[in-house]
Write a new protein. Sequence first.
Length: 80
Amino acid sequence: SLVAQDADGHIVHGRNLDFTPAEKLQPLLTNVRFMKGDKVLFNSTAYAGYIGCLTCMKGSFSITVDTRPWSTLPGKLKIP
């Protein structure tokens, strides 16, 4: 994920969703609105069929779930 601020003070939260195997997952990418009645609770960008929220946005708040296949922790701890 990337969080930045432009010259006018607007905050931008971006991400690339580069989970492996990207070429198989990219066609499944979709934007979802979580609703209660007629009210939008929050928006999400996720893979079709995924249960949960990889990227969620509500008003000026956003959150992402990120991953990487290796660790930068001291001692190069490997995470399976």
